[in-house]
Design a protein around this ligand. Structure first.
Ligand SMILES: Cc1ncc(COP(=O)(O)O)c(C=O)c1O
Length: 380
């Protein structure tokens, strides 16, 4: 229905604007790929893996897979995580971090988050690892720090704990393409790192896609077998594998789009900067960017004690917002069997009640960001 006289909705995201900017290039890319007649595991995937590895850092190898969830699952399997094992992560992540752990057969263990960055609390991580190592011994296998909202977790303490207790580190970088920690891009710190190319990510495909970065050619080789039925040579299966491949079509599109990633991340940072400067409502807590990192603002997440009322107010004034995420994973129906209850992770639980993600995407117009800030300032 057409809303005569009403302002147009400010969308939370709008990928059609990106397509408007890139349509000629994208159309040519798609047509070229269709004409090539080769759709699964070919030159485009290989080329994109090289370009992506270069983007992250010279020392990594990249393996394209079907999604971010599959990237995490395959990285866990490649690390030897299996039934009966334990893997630590945070309860305020996107649920697929935890689905991947469950799917590997392992049990997720949660640790609370830092109240300022919403990333893993590394002091609490150490306490948990000490306890769980005693209790589970070598069954405690891996840590998955999540670079939530586009900001790196504090990797030095995470890596130190992992070294001390002989644990694999798998970075969940699904929201953090191009984010930096102490001058290096995330994806180059852990034994493995996992990226998602879900369409709305900082680098998104036109469908599902994912990438694993890793440190050695041997690990990359194992991952390549795992994503392709465990085969090294066609119809000769060295290990038990899966089907989780990045499509040629998505790889070709991602190759076209990765050229813009730095510019898009800069634009996200500029919008974040605009919100930081112009949102003046005292009841709002704005995101904290840590001094040692570079945030790429996949999401710009504010807090307000009356979040639901603020969200309704923005919606009534034609501004779309989203909550990432409204219910901590330890309190979700699907994970009841883990035995956690309300109060186990007080910081994550409190944050979940107050957070709200504002529109931020490279094609958001200045005027729209201004309207968002003005509306928030007039909310009382
Ligand atoms: C933190 C995090 N981990 C994992 C995933 C899973 O990625 P995908 O949707 O590509 O499976 C996502 C994206 O939804 C995510 O945001």
């Amino acid at each position: 229905m057409h809303n005569e006289g009403k302002t147009k909705m400010i969308p939370f995201g709008d990928l059609s604007r990106e397509y408007d900017d890139l349509s000629i290039e994208i159309d040519n890319t798609v047509a070229g790929l269709l004409k090539s007649g080769w759709f699964v595991l070919g030159k485009k995937v290989e080329e994109f893996e090289e370009v992506f590895a270069d983007f992250i850092g010279k020392e990594v190898f990249a393996v394209g897979v079907g999604s971010g969830t599959e990237a995490l699952h395959l990285a866990l399997v490649a690390s030897g995580v299996t039934h009966g094992d334990y893997v630590i992560t945070v309860p305020n992540t996107a649920v697929p971090t935890v689905s991947a752990i469950s799917f590997s057969g392992a049990t997720p263990l949660f640790v609370d988050i830092d109240p300022d960055t919403y990333n893993i609390d590394t002091n609490k991580l150490r306490e948990l690892v000490v306890i769980e190592k005693k209790r589970r011994g070598n069954k405690l296998k891996a840590l998955i720090p999540v670079h939530l909202y586009g900001q790196s977790a504090d990797m030095e303490p995470v890596l130190a704990i992992a070294r001390e207790f002989n644990l694999t580190v798998i970075e969940d970088a699904c929201q953090a393409h191009g984010a930096e920690y102490k001058g290096k891009r995330v994806g180059s710190f852990g034994d493995y790192a996992c990226f998602s190319f879900y369409p709305s990510k900082n680098l998104g495909a036109y469908g599902d896609g994912g990438m694993i970065t890793t440190k050695t050619p041997e690990q990359a080789h194992t991952l390549k077998m795992l994503r392709n039925y465990g085969q090294e040579k066609r119809y000769y299966h060295t290990i038990k594998g899966f089907n989780s491949r990045l499509d040629e079509l998505q790889a070709a599109i991602l190759l076209t789009k990765i050229k813009y990633l730095d510019t898009w991340n800069t634009r996200r940072r500029d919008i974040a900067d605009f919100y930081n400067q112009n949102i003046k409502n005292k009841a709002i807590t704005k995101p904290v960017e840590v001094s040692y990192g570079k945030h790429v603002f996949h999401l710009y997440v504010i807090r307000h004690p009356e979040r639901d009322r603020l969200q309704a107010y923005l919606q009534n004034n034609d501004v779309q917002t989203v909550i990432h995420y409204p219910l901590s994973i330890h309190l979700q129906e699907a994970y009841k069997d883990l035995g956690y209850s309300q109060g186990d992770f007080p910081v994550a639980e409190k944050v979940a009640e107050e957070i709200l993600s504002l529109p931020i995407f490279p094609q958001l117009r200045d005027k729209e960001a201004e309207t968002v800030a003005e509306l928030i300032n007039s909310f009382s």
